[in-house]
Design a binder for this molecule. Structure first.
Ligand code: ADP
Ligand code: MG
Length: 359
């Protein structure tokens, strides 16, 4: 059997979770694997009570993570909101791993998601053979989470139609899911809750109904506050992901991370870091997650085709792809940035040349 490409968090960090669990003396909400404090340590990193080192998964405000964890210990569900690439899905996965020891009950919501993917569906062969029966019922991740007293993750909640979203109201307010065909219902075990994520930019696509909104506590995940924090996040994740992909991460990569993040932050904010020059903003989101992807793309290019040198030349093609999402508009934005800003910066000369060549 080949190795799994991307194991879920609870497998990848099984040792950390076990160390936290073994030494966790804190009181736990019913159905939780760890105490709330231990969950926060699992996510932000630190030391378990027995002194073993816990790596940081999320870099950011402790307050936010505490609020998220505290919410999940109540009867309200959690909605993680933010622009793309602010680690909403990532935090949601780790919250589920830390709290329930299982992050695999996920529904990816789209405009095509219907009630059967939220509540339950039917195995039609069984349904025809036996009629409506427990054997013919196909449970959804939400259904299984309720039965098991675990967390269900709903990715991009606002992408699905409002009528489908509203099927969650009974589940969230009464913690039960009626199954009229079997004249029965599933009652959620203790420990069950829902973590949803939604994108700020999608706002208005399918706004949450006010009835549903009332059942969620909203935690907004921000973009990294300053360049140091963003460089730290990208460097850390690139090292971890590079390791996972067996890509060597040369020490020179750190300097490139700083330059890539500088370019991202300036274009995202529409002005240079010193605030002196106004810039046009590209149509794409230029998130932290994309900066990570640019670095990983460059590492791969360098490792396979360029004898390992991670420089502007290796990074330019993926960087270009991240900035130029709209071939007409964004090209102009980049051209202006190259001529007006990067051309004058000596330490960005490689980027000026490589990107100009590609334009
Ligand atoms: N503050 C942060 N701390 C740690 N990792 C981060 C942070 N911000 C972004 N990332 C990284 O960005 C990547 C993508 O995040 P993701 O959860 O898919 O974003 P979202 O769901 O908000 O669009 C993940 O690999 C994550 O590690
Ligand atoms: Mg996401």
């Amino acid at each position: 059997m080949t190795e799994v490409q991307r194991p879920p968090a609870e497998q990848l960090f099984a040792a950390e979770l076990a160390a936290l669990k073994a030494s966790d003396k804190g009181e736990k909400p019913e159905g939780w694997v760890l105490s709330p404090k231990a969950v926060v340590t699992y996510i932000l990193g630190g030391k378990a009570a027995d002194g073993s080192i816990i790596s940081a998964k999320y870099v950011g405000s402790r307050r936010l993570i505490e609020t998220a964890v505290a919410t999940l210990a109540t009867d309200r569900a959690l909605l993680l909101l933010g622009v793309p690439g602010t680690a909403k899905s990532w935090v949601s996965e780790h919250l589920a791993a830390g709290i329930a020891g299982d992050s695999t009950m996920v529904v990816q919501c789209t405009s095509g998601t219907d009630e059967n993917q939220i509540r339950y569906g039917w195995n039609y062969a069984q349904l025809l053979a036996k009629g409506p029966s427990t054997e013919a019922l196909v449970p959804t991740p939400l259904y299984r989470a309720m039965e098991a007293g675990k967390l269900c993750r709903l990715e991009e909640l606002t992408r699905m139609g409002s009528d489908v979203q509203d099927t969650l109201i009974t589940v969230l307010s009464e913690k039960m899911l009626p199954v009229p065909e079997l004249n029965s219902a599933v009652y959620a075990r203790r420990g069950f809750n829902v973590i949803a994520t939604a994108n700020n930019r999608d706002k208005g696509v399918n706004e949450l109904s006010s009835a549903l909104k009332r059942r969620f506590n909203v935690v907004v995940l921000p973009l990294p506050a300053d360049i140091e924090e963003e460089v730290a996040i990208v460097t850390k994740r690139v090292a971890e992901m590079g390791g996972g992909l067996r890509l060597p991460v040369p020490p020179s990569a750190v300097a490139e991370v700083e330059r890539i993040v500088t370019i991202f932050r300036e274009l995202r904010a529409g002005q240079t870091l010193d605030g002196k020059t106004a810039l046009k903003v590209p149509t794409g989101s230029l998130s932290t997650a994309e900066a990570i992807a640019v670095m990983i793309g460059g590492l791969s290019q360098a490792a396979w085709f360029m004898e390992g040198a991670v420089d502007a030349e290796a990074l330019a093609p993926t960087l270009m792809g991240a900035i130029v999402k709209d071939p007409v508009q964004d090209k102009l934005v980049l051209e202006e940035y190259l001529e007006g800003v990067l051309k004058k910066r000596r330490d960005f000369a490689g980027y000026y040349t490589a990107l100009t060549d590609l334009l």
